[in-house]
Design a protein around this ligand. Structure first.
Ligand code: NDP
Length: 393
């Protein structure tokens, strides 16, 4: 039995991870769970999986959790510091970080600092601190197993290959819901429009990132650190059917691809069971049903966020953290209808000019960006309101 911790168990990836565990009850056991605010679901999951300990990040939900689990013997933690205490207490073979956003950074860092293998869905932690996280994993004897479908695909394509023979990584992108929408219509995009992803069912933040293509910028940065590859050797191709999850080109011109239906359970299961492949199969691609696979270059004019990966990787230091944090607060401002869709990546561009990047940052320097980025977005949103610009209502 592989003992697991699932941080962010109430989210889209967290719930899919539990489905993978349900499908493999003799292989995995869940010993730790954590949630942000969704106390009702955390209680249900605790009653079902009987973990040793659970944490809820929102302290206001703690009394509800405590009352429901009284006498259960489950150890309870609350607040962001409680989540870190839970990580300190982990006795597992693998920890899954499925928390969304910058809140996942310190958990990733602490898991790796303890020398534990990390199945990483929280791409934001590697975007913000890849330069710290990857060497930390190596120093402490841990490892980072990607869950993101593109990075899982690349990881699978690279298995058994000599890394020196890799010419380039080709990340595929669905193109999001606005691939065919003319740029002139972007001013009318509402949160409801942007939350309708054509191929994937995901949490709200990543769904908006997929609509701006900021998600692909985050993935370029993630790939740069996970696979220790120069950014110039990472390309993006739009593949609207989301069947080829990414590809690797080798120096002899051969290209390997990994295929699967757009279902996160497959990459989650691979990360959980690595280095084994489990016989439990999720629905596979049927070549009888495939009508057409298409490929096209990304449209940088419509999706300026995509170019920002290159900008911040060249800038280095805390620039990728600035991109990540400002994007995150801007996405929530858009979801709250305080700014239109079109200004999300503009805020990030402004922040990269206005917030000074610190070179060779420590974890604390990177965490400080959360405060700076929050203030920056608040100020920009306020300026936006004062200018009386039309927001989406
Ligand atoms: P969701 O929003 O569905 O879930 C996020 C999880 O994080 C929830 O359990 C949530 O708890 C928890 N959480 C939120 N805020 C905090 C906090 N401050 N402290 C602790 N926990 C918190 O997101 P997804 O599952 O979609 O995404 C999770 C990560 O995986 C993201 O980094 C995303 O980019 C990445 N990813 C997701 C994919 C997908 O298909 N969904 C695909 C590839 C990558 P609660 O709900 O209880 O508030």
């Amino acid at each position: 039995m592989k003992r697991l911790a699932i941080l962010g168990s109430t989210g889209s990836i967290g719930q899919n991870t539990l489905k993978v565990i349900d499908a493999n009850p003799k292989v995995f056991r869940v010993d730790y769970l954590s949630a942000g605010q969704n106390v009702d679901l955390l209680i249900k999951q605790t009653q079902q999986y009987q973990p040793r300990a659970v944490a809820i990040a929102d302290v206001q939900q703690y009394p509800v959790l405590k009352a429901a689990l009284q006498g259960s013997g489950v150890i309870l933690f609350a607040g962001p510091s409680g989540l870190l205490e839970l990580i300190e207490s982990l006795e597992v073979e693998l920890a899954v970080n499925a928390i969304v956003g910058f809140a996942g950074l310190e958990p990733s860092y602490r898991i790796l600092d303890r020398g534990l293998p990390l199945a990483l869905s929280n791409k934001e932690s590697i975007v913000m601190a890849g330069e710290l996280i990857m060497p930390l994993a190596e120093r402490r004897g841990g490892a980072v197993y990607p869950i993101d479908s593109e990075h899982s695909a690349i990881w699978q394509c690279l298995t058994g290959e000599n890394p020196k023979t890799v010419k380039r990584l080709i990340l595929t992108a669905s193109g999001g819901p606005f691939r065919e929408t003319p740029l002139t219509a972007f001013v009318h995009i509402t949160p409801e429009d942007a939350l309708k992803h054509p191929t994937w069912q995901m949490g709200r933040k990543i769904t908006i990132d997929s609509a701006t293509l900021m998600n692909k910028a985050l993935e370029i940065i993630e790939a740069r650190w996970l696979f220790d590859i120069e950014p110039a050797n990472i390309d993006v191709v739009v593949h609207p059917q989301s069947i080829i999850h990414s590809m690797v080109e080798f120096w002899d011109g051969s290209i390997k691809a990994q295929l699967g239906l757009p279902d996160m359970k497959l990459p989650i299961q691979y990360a959980l069971s690595y280095p084994e492949r489990l016989p439990r199969a999720w629905e596979a691609v049927s070549f009888d049903q495939i009508q057409q696979w298409t490929f096209e270059p990304p449209d940088y004019e419509k999706f300026p966020a995509l170019r920002l990966a290159d900008t911040v990787l060249k800038q280095g230091g805390t620039a990728p953290a600035i991109l990540n944090v400002v994007n995150e607060f801007a996405v929530y401002a858009f979801l709250e209808r305080r700014i239109p869709f079109t200004v999300i990546s503009g805020f990030v561009q402004d922040a990269l000019r206005e917030i000074e990047s610190v070179s060779k940052p420590s974890l604390q320097d990177i965490q400080e960006i959360v405060r700076l980025g929050k203030d920056f977005v608040q100020e920009k949103v306020e300026q936006y309101r004062k200018k009386g610009r039309k927001t989406i209502c």
